[in-house]
Design a protein around this ligand. Structure first.
Ligand code: ZN
Length: 53
């Protein structure tokens, strides 16, 4: 199951596709793929846009 993270509040959830409206923000947030497999973040296993927090 892919993991998604809200780019605004950091809310994460697991779903096949990100929701249109963030359950936490109640806004149409951009959801970032939290289970990142691209070469840029394969070492850390996290999308660099999210950061290392
Ligand atoms: Zn949010």
């Amino acid at each position: 199951m892919p993991s998604w993270k809200c780019s605004k509040c950091g809310y994460t959830l697991e779903a096949q596709t990100p929701p249109e409206v963030c359950p936490a923000c109640k806004l149409r947030c951009e959801f970032i793929d939290n289970s990142c497999y691209t070469p840029d973040c394969v070492d850390k296993g996290i999308d660099p846009r999210i950061g290392s927090k």
